[in-house]
Design a protein around this ligand. Sequence first.
Ligand code: B12
Length: 216
Amino acid sequence: MSDSLEAVRDAVVEMRDEEISSLVLACLDEGYSPVEVIEKAVAPGLEIVGHKFENGDFFLADLILAGEVVTQATGMLKERMSPGEGAEKGKVILATVRGDVHDIGKRVVGMLLAASGYEVIDLGIDVPAEKIVETARTTGAAMIGLSALLTTMVGSIREVVERMTEAGLRERVKIAIGGACCSQSLADEMGVDAYGESAVAAVRIFDGFTGVVNTD
Ligand code: B12
């Protein structure tokens, strides 16, 4: 990892909100793309924060502060991402599942999907299954991305799948999941179409759903 990426990662862990902007700019000046800064510096920083929280070295207040530093960084990076070409790849509904308020990762996924040509309908956090189904019905969106970070709330993923099936929409709508508590085996268990470990993976998955050939 380069010094500039390392500095951003450390600023997230040390919650240095007054420095994060200049450190992010230094990475961009060095030629890293906004997505690279997120995937290689911001996300690893939050990973460390998560472990410190787990070990009892950090408290909830630290999680909140780190979240704010990251919101500042991703806001800046979003402004520097090139917008998609008229959202020609189709509509994607994004939501953090009911009971879960984590939204940093979902917003990163949304930014990258929008920059890749998708029309993103972001329903926010703690979204009830009913609202997701209703949005799929009214917008005609054929893709849903669910973000879930809390192990205790994975049942909310199943709820979305069940409600979509009851509404007769499951056949025409593909569902992908992602977030800290997700995995391929959870995706299989919940009956969704795909699991993605990152925002880059999210684009690959949705491109696969729409039949876009990925040449990367
Ligand atoms: C920041 C943070 C918070 C912030 C969130 C701020 C915000 N605006 O989002 C706050 C302080 C609010 C918070 C609260 C809580 N948190 Co918290 N939090 C985190 C932390 C440190 C980072 C999460 C994050 O933003 N990561 C960075 C982003 C970029 O990564 P990401 O979300 O994984 O997203 C990437 C990929 O997963 C993927 N992705 C994400 N979504 C999707 C969707 C699709 C479709 C696809 C394909 C891909 C994809 O792409 C993203 C970009 O690459 C994690 C630790 C961790 N390792 O995740 C704990 C963590 C998730 N939190 C945890 C806990 C326990 C809580 C609380 C219950 C604490 C408490 N006692 O109150 C509350 C829960 C409140 C609630 N009801 O939701 C635990 C969960 C444990 C578990 N297994 O259930 C974790 C894992 C910490 C830990 N190690 O203990 N938290």
